[in-house]
Design a protein around this ligand. Structure first.
Ligand SMILES: NC(=O)c1ccc[n+]([C@@H]2O[C@H](COP(=O)([O-])OP(=O)(O)OC[C@H]3O[C@@H](n4cnc5c(N)ncnc54)[C@H](OP(=O)(O)O)[C@@H]3O)[C@@H](O)[C@H]2O)c1
Length: 329
């Protein structure tokens, strides 16, 4: 069985590649990446030296060149832009790049595409969780690009494509949690907004399990699904748990949201700020204003029999161990 994974140099793609390399049921892992050197260096740091079944190809969005690839059985498409500088960049890579990848794929593989809960937007007012049949109302260019991508792929008539609308993904290999762990080293922990915010989340291990489950068993009639680890968390839970696993105590201070806006806009024009806080691009900052990003993962669980198992504390503890091993904290 041959598995093709895009975005292997990123957090989720690399987690999938590491799992696949250890899976005896997978004969070859094909990884088209922009920088084969970057991938090899990352895998070496993970202790992976035995890469006989890994085939690395230099290719990227929006025009993938997969002529050397040969037919594959399964595809997990993780490559994408999460913190872009323009609407055009999101659409070029996340929409055009996905359509092109699906056109170029050799054979007739089964495909999982990483979409995002951002495609649907925040939980509608008056509801506990966003369901798939609630109207989709993305609030960022990122979310719009994911929603547009799903529709464009369906319209193009690609068969056997499954969209996973993941919430915030946490786990070892995630550099996006670095600012959280850096913050809890100090005495004052700032959270955006005075009101508590609530989120769904998923550990990277649960996400990979969910993807494997879909390949093995499918998910009934579902072509798109929300997937979550157990429980809804608040922004305070996230900080207090990061503090707990770091062995730190601090004072949680709520920062009024309007104070974040100037930082977000400055990040657009002052690249040095943008490089340090990519998640605070003005576009993605629009997602911070919403108070509830909770999704309903029950339909996928019922259709596939899969259940997330991770706990926040264990996931953050393992993430911190990874960041320490990489000497980032
Ligand atoms: N992380 C989350 O919390 C989360 C939540 C929901 C959905 N998702 C989705 O899951 C997927 C993976 O996210 P992630 O957290 O792993 O992101 P990530 O760590 O930022 O990785 C992004 C990957 O995409 C690749 N990429 C970016 N632009 C590319 C291009 N033009 N051509 C080829 N490859 C390109 C990057 O390659 P380089 O190394 O060459 O830059 C990297 O391998 C994305 O589609 C994202 O939207 C993530």
């Amino acid at each position: 069985m041959r598995l093709l994974v895009t975005g292997a140099t990123g957090f989720i793609g690399r987690t999938i590649v590491l799992r696949a390399l250890a899976d005896r049921g997978i004969g070859e892992v094909v990884a088209p990446v922009r920088s084969p050197e970057k991938l090899r260096a990352q895998l070496a740091r993970e202790g992976v030296t035995h890469t006989a079944k890994l085939r690395v190809i230099k290719a990227g969005a929006p025009r993938w060149d997969l002529r050397e690839t040969g037919a594959v059985d399964r595809v997990v498409h993780c490559a994408g832009v999460l913190f872009g500088r323009s609407r055009d960049e999101y659409f070029r890579i996340n929409v055009d790049g996905t359509l092109d990848l699906l056109r170029q794929l050799p054979g007739s593989p089964r495909v999982v595409v990483l979409s995002s809960q951002s495609a649907g937007g925040p939980t509608p007012t008056g509801h506990q969780a966003k369901k798939l049949d609630h109207p989709d109302r993305p609030v960022s260019w990122y979310g719009e690009s994911k929603l547009h991508m799903e529709a464009a792929v369906r319209e193009a008539g690609h068969h056997d494509v499954f969209f996973l609308r993941a919430p915030m993904v946490l786990g070892p290999g995630d550099r996006a949690t670095l600012p959280l762990f850096q913050m809890v080293r100090g005495k004052v922990w700032t959270k955006p907004g005075v009101k508590p915010k609530h989120f769904s989340w998923i550990s990277s291990d649960d996400l990979v399990d969910a993807i494997e489950t879909w390949f093995h068993r499918g998910a009934g009639e579902l072509g798109t699904a929300h997937v979550t680890s157990p429980g809804t968390i608040s922004d305070a839970d996230l900080m207090l748990t990061a503090g707990k696993v770091s062995g730190r105590k601090g004072r949680l201070v709520a920062v009024p949201q309007f104070l974040l806006k100037p930082v977000a806009f400055a990040s657009k024009f002052i690249p040095a700020i943008g490089e340090k806080v990519p998640s605070l691009t003005p576009d993605r900052a629009r997602e911070i204003w919403a108070d509830r990003w909770v999704i309903d993962g029950a339909p996928f669980e019922e259709a596939s029999g899969w259940r997330g198992r991770a706990t926040l504390e264990d996931t953050l503890a393992r993430t911190l161990a990874w960041l320490r091993r990489e000497r980032l904290v």
